[in-house]
Design a protein around this ligand. Sequence first.
Ligand code: NAD
Length: 373
Amino acid sequence: MPGKRRLLILAGDGIGPESMRQVRRVIDWLSRNRAVDFDIEEGLVGGAAYDVHGTPLTDATLDRAMRADAVLFGAVGGPKWDSVPFAKKPERGLLRLRKDLDLFANLRPAFLFDALLDASTLKPEIVRGLDLLIVRELTGGVYFGLPRGIETLPDGSRRGVNTQVYTTAEIDRVARVAFELAGKRRGKLCSVEKANVMESGQLWREEVQKLHDSSYPRIELSHMYADNCAMQLVRAPKQFDVILTDNLFGDLLSDCAAMLTGSLGMLPSASLGQADGSGRRRALYEPVHGSAPDIAGKDIANPLATVLSFAMMLRYSFDLEEDARLVERAVEAALNAGIRTADIMQPGKTPVSTTGMGDAVLRELDRLSAEPT
Ligand code: NAD
């Protein structure tokens, strides 16, 4: 690839740094064996940044994130910072990053490794082979719409207000991301809203259909009401390839879809911004889980969600599909070999530490790369 791949690593708090150490080993492996190199900067975020700088995200770190091709994020937060003023809480660092980088498309894959079939609460036949992707609009809708607030009415009672609002531009840009991704997958997109009862949903449906007809006619587009989608996700989740939805419905549906796979320690995510003239998008990759203060520092966390977030970065920010697949296959092979951290432990399998899981992934990378292609 021409030019350096600029990567900013923000490991954060709790199990963030220990998970990220295993990713660094994978990065070193790719450099040694595949000549995939990164220009890596590291920075503090969350409580770790607050302890040193009195703020969960310094302007200097934000500036580095703006200039990076991708940000790889661990996790932030923990009881140590419970009494910190709201504006300085570790989580504010992540929210500011998302907002200032204008990361409007949140990608949450729900992929079930066969080896972890038992971790799902659903019957094996419902979830075996599950592989779907939720694209959630992240910077608009009811979480940001105005007016908002709580007011006291003349009769002394109170009224809480939030506003669901979307413009055509907001719908168009996130829908484009979803259509593009569907094109790289199985070519199916299901757009989800409540057009039956909400005008913003009606607009959403019309705009997505219009974009399909004008620019993505080859993608198989369907529309579904959000309540039905929630039901379909637990009834027959394999009918979906890519689901596109707004901020509120995406919040709920992505958590629901994630838990089809049963394990928080396995779930990666990506948040993407607008493409510039050269096609480069600002992007942040992070595991879905938090800083897990209850197990931090014990070398027992599952690092795979962070490793898989890194694989998403290879795919979406750097177009390194083959390397992304290699990392994902190494994770799968480690699981197939019976290697388990405590959170995904099953009878008869081999319990390992965070470092031990990193060892297993590297072992499988060595083995897979030695295989004749
Ligand atoms: P959590 O995701 O940190 O932990 C929930 C449970 O899952 C815990 O029992 C934890 O031990 C377990 N767990 C999570 N990830 C794991 C992993 N990789 N391996 C093994 N077990 C794992 O959520 P929480 O406990 O609600 O929050 C803890 C802190 O993290 C809070 O301060 C919260 O604000 C913060 N948080 C941060 C993010 C983020 O940085 N993106 C997301 C969620 C929560």
